[in-house]
Design a protein around this ligand. Structure first.
Ligand SMILES: Nc1nc2c(ncn2[C@@H]2O[C@H](COP(=O)(O)OP(=O)(O)OP(=O)(O)O)[C@@H](O)[C@H]2O)c(=O)[nH]1
Ligand SMILES: [Mg+2]
Length: 309
């Protein structure tokens, strides 16, 4: 369980204000900025992000308590249909099951864009839940004035409860989103401690951070089917000894990850280690290995041993 390293300056709950607590799902097609938004909402990097589509593969929970309200955000893999491997079936199942028990859904798109992939995800929205349209990456829109007619056209696609043009990278927009979401959460006691950030273990966060560096430091040739397995995670006071294996499908991919003279693997390891030290507030020894196991992403049994529910 990871908690905030330093107390945040949150507004104190006013006396007599009832506690609220609820689940907020973040869904949308790959690469629209769902994980970036989750991290901004939580105030700490919980979910990995990259320029590549389909970075997120698990249901990741991020928690933030502000005033009298505890927000439990659920980041999901970008729903997608292109490949038919067992890995994709598992990812899509994760998205669908994440929607069943939430109080409100943030449906994320890129401001000014709505394509077939977005429409496929929108079709999954449960009819009985409030769905808020988050039009993200507003900063990247060429002409800001185009956003209003576009938002109007979105009204015809779904009876969204709210329309929120914003940038996940802009603090003021993220603050405004909290205020918009709050009334949709039920009055009830908090489910987590006030300073909780996620219900994922440090071991899980370690494997994800290594996967992020792998994704970011390899080119497009890296198959999206590579994964990371933690072989050892030992805590000795303020020291963490971690050993991990990067699993790929072919020998050529192994060579590419290791790089000339082992340079690339070294860089993946050192960037991951630095971020892990910051996240865990501890010294980290990290050993990285690369292993070839062909066909793992098509094998449901392997998916389970590698932690995909
Ligand atoms: N300009 C701009 N870029 C953003 C914004 N939010 C996210 N991005 C970028 O968009 C890319 C994808 O972000 P992610 O958060 O990984 O997207 P995702 O929706 O979680 O993607 P998957 O996990 O693959 O489904 C990254 O390069 C982010 O830096 C934003 O508000 N403005
Ligand atoms: Mg993501």
């Amino acid at each position: 369980m990871t908690s905030a390293p330093t107390p945040k300056m949150e507004p104190a709950p006013a006396a007599g204000v009832p506690h609220r607590c609820g689940l907020v799902a973040i869904v949308g097609r790959p690469n629209v900025g769902k994980s970036t938004l989750l991290n901004a909402l939580v105030g700490q990097k919980i979910s990995i992000t990259s320029k590549k589509a389909q970075t997120t593969r698990h249901r990741i929970t991020g928690i933030r308590t502000r005033g009298a309200t505890q927000f439990i955000f659920v980041d999901t893999p970008g729903f997608q249909m292109k490949h038919s491997a067992a890995l994709n079936r598992t990812l899509n199942r994760t998205v669908k099951s994440s929607l069943s028990d939430v109080d409100v859904v943030l449906f994320v798109v890129e401001a000014g864009r709505f394509g077939l992939d977005d429409a496929k995800v929108l079709a999954l929205m449960p009819p009985d839940k409030p769905v808020l349209l988050v039009a993200n990456k507003l900063d990247a829109m060429a002409r800001r004035t185009d956003v209003l007619p576009w938002l109007k056209s979105m009204q015809e696609r779904h009876p969204f409860a709210e329309y929120v043009p914003m940038a996940a990278t802009r603090g003021a927009d993220v603050d405004r989103l909290f205020a918009i979401v709050e009334p949709y959460l039920p009055e009830q006691e908090w489910l987590h401690e006030e300073d909780a950030l996620t219900d994922r273990s440090d071991r899980f966060l370690a494997s994800e951070l290594i996967r992020e560096k792998l994704f970011r430091l390899t080119g497009d040739e890296l198959p999206y089917t590579s994964t990371v397995v933690i072989d050892k995670f030992e805590e000795e006071g303020s020291l963490r000894r971690i050993a991990a294996t990067i699993v790929v499908e072919r020998d050529a991919q192994k060579g590419m990850i290791i790089g000339e003279g082992g340079e690339r693997l070294k860089r993946i390891g050192s960037e991951a280690r630095q971020e892990l030290e910051q996240l865990m507030q501890a010294k980290v020894f990290l050993e990285l290995w690369v292993k070839v196991r062909s066909g793992w992403a098509d094998d449901e049994q392997h998916l389970r041993t590698y932690g995909y529910e």
